[in-house]
Ligand binder design. Structure first.
Ligand SMILES: [Zn+2]
Length: 89
């Protein structure tokens, strides 16, 4: 069983821009916003097949996002990798 270990949905606020704050996390069909710049992507092997995870960075607030394109997990999707205040370097 591999479920999301940290389902905290009360942590999305403060330093994020409004567009980022409006992204629904952990929902596969949620959309991003136009200020997200696509970065690298990687393929991760799961037991049911491989999924592609694409990294994005918000031009407006610097939040780093990952989008997991996983057809069999409707709770895959957007997740925050790093918020602006947490970035180093
Ligand atoms: Zn943003």
């Amino acid at each position: 069983m591999t479920t999301d270990p940290t389902p905290d949905d009360a942590s999305t606020n403060t330093t994020m821009c409004a567009s980022c704050a409006g992204i629904q996390q952990n929902w596969r069909r949620a959309r991003g916003h136009p200020e997200l710049v696509q970065g690298s992507n990687r393929t991760v092997a799961h037991k049911h097949g491989s999924v592609t995870i694409t990294k994005y960075r918000c031009e407006a607030c610097g939040t780093i996002w990952e989008y997991e394109n996983n057809k069999v997990n409707r709770h895959a999707g957007w997740s925050v990798l790093a918020r602006p205040e947490e970035q180093k370097g």
